[in-house]
Design a protein around this ligand. Structure first.
Ligand SMILES: Cc1cc2nc3c(=O)[nH]c(=O)nc-3n(C[C@H](O)[C@H](O)[C@H](O)COP(=O)(O)O)c2cc1C
Length: 414
């Protein structure tokens, strides 16, 4: 039986270990994690989700408090249409994050950035254009377009000098979505360099409805491979979602994908941005502790631990500080849900909002514990320490386990 290391992901003359660590916002897939994966010869992702707050935390900038100061008078208002991002600040924060990560890069691998279209930021086109161009300016190796259809995203980059040299890819959950994207960007004469096919067992937002369990990754991959063959298109396909062992990965590579994208196994590594206490929650989880729900204001189902503090919390919308999910008119589904509860409970000091969550604030504070379906198997990937906690892994160990293991084995840490 083959193992992952028998395969290589090829971009032109460049050869990589065919393991991609998926983007995990907000700074769960850190620069440290991406750098380690690049050192090991694979592809790591950083994320540009809430990049201003990430820059503040990492580089001592004050972007969030400055934005909050500017819009302070609006905090108690339910109308957020005037709350805007300063594009120059957004550019600076993105350049900070990407530029410093790329400067630190060593080894033969690559570092990509995950850009979610659903971060509409009260000015969808302009903010996305700025995020993409700033990341390209700052030297990112590639951009993975995710969480959204991205039908116009290639066009937003077409005048950038790196449009044809940076690696550009898209995440889809059906061959239909891929066909739509290709039709829409045909005029640009520029195909994606890779297509990530993400199945329903992934972490984060899902590209399916609440009937996600009807779908499976192997079938989706077969459909996409057949579609590309029928269209005579030679685009590397990357399979993602629920690939838990090196043998799972090798089986997809034998099926014809060029690489696998994985994330859940890396949530319990030292380099991952989740605080250690939360990594222990991931280790401890059983299958019953995980759910797919609809509390994300984006409208996409999202998988998370049922014990996430974000579920049922009723904090005041924090759009003056963050506001990443405000649509073009300044609306967010959480604002409506929150205002409804406040009206229903006049005089209450605190309300609980069950159907939606203030995703910006809770992701920023690591209170929304989004995770992949197989999180409940993480405890089988490590050792128990004398105090009952689980040993945090290193990214190198997990990466090598994917790269070299066979027979569904998982190598435990020393
Ligand atoms: C904690 C966590 C956060 C994630 N956040 C994002 C994200 O911000 N953007 C995105 O496109 N995918 C996100 N994902 C999906 C991963 O990038 C990846 O494609 C998927 O989880 C792979 O499946 P696996 O976790 O079963 O290995 C996230 C996954 C996890 C586990």
């Amino acid at each position: 039986m083959k193992r992952v290391d028998d395969f290589r992901l090829r971009f032109g003359k460049r050869e990589l270990v065919p393991i991609v660590i998926g983007g995990m916002g907000v700074d769960i897939s850190t620069a440290e994690l991406a750098l380690e994966v690049a050192r090991l010869g694979g592809i790591g992702h950083i994320s540009d989700a809430m990049v201003q707050t990430v820059s503040d935390r990492r580089y001592d900038t004050k972007f969030v408090s400055e934005k909050l100061k500017k819009y302070k008078a609006n905090v108690a208002s339910s109308d957020k249409s005037d709350v805007h991002f300063n594009l120059a600040v957004l550019e600076e924060a993105t350049r900070n994050h990407v530029g410093r990560t790329m400067e630190a890069k060593r080894g033969d691998g690559m570092i990509f950035i995950n850009c979610m279209e659903k971060l509409t930021m009260n000015l969808p086109r302009e903010t996305l254009r700025m995020r993409l161009s700033a990341a390209l300016d700052a030297g990112i190796d590639g951009i993975t377009l995710s969480a959204g259809l991205h039908l116009g995203s290639f066009a937003l980059m077409e005048d950038h000098p790196r449009f044809r040299d940076a690696k550009l890819g898209i995440i889809v959950s059906s061959s239909r979505a891929l066909a739509m994207f290709l039709r829409k960007s045909a005029r640009l004469q520029r195909l994606p360099d890779y297509v990530v096919v993400e199945g329903p067992l992934a972490g984060g937002h899902l590209g399916f409805g609440m009937d996600w369990a009807k779908y499976d990754l192997a079938t989706l991959v077969t459909e996409v491979l057949a579609f590309l063959k029928a269209e005579h298109l030679d685009i590397p396909v990357i399979a993602a979602g629920g690939i838990f062992t090196g043998s799972d990965a090798a089986a997809f590579l034998e099926q014809g994908v060029a690489a696998v994208q994985v994330a859940t196994r890396f949530t319990v590594t030292k380099e991952c941005g989740l605080p250690d206490k939360i990594k222990q929650e991931y280790f401890k989880a059983s299958e019953d502790d995980i759910e797919v729900n609809t509390i994300s204001p984006t409208g996409y189902p999202m998988r998370m631990l049922k014990s996430s503090p974000a579920i049922g919390a009723g904090i005041r919308p924090n759009c003056e500080a963050y506001g990443y999910l405000l649509d073009a008119k300044g609306n967010c589904a959480y604002i409506d849900a929150y205002n409804r509860e406040v009206e229903l409970h006049p005089g209450a000091k605190k309300v609980s909002v069950k159907d939606k969550t203030c995703l910006c604030t809770h992701m920023r504070n690591f209170d929304c514990w989004t995770c992949g379906h197989y999180t409940y198997r993480l405890k089988d990937t490590t050792r128990r320490l004398p105090d009952g906690s689980y040993q945090i892994l290193s990214a190198e160990q997990v990466f090598h386990d994917y790269q070299f293991s066979t027979d569904q084995k998982i190598a435990l840490p020393d």
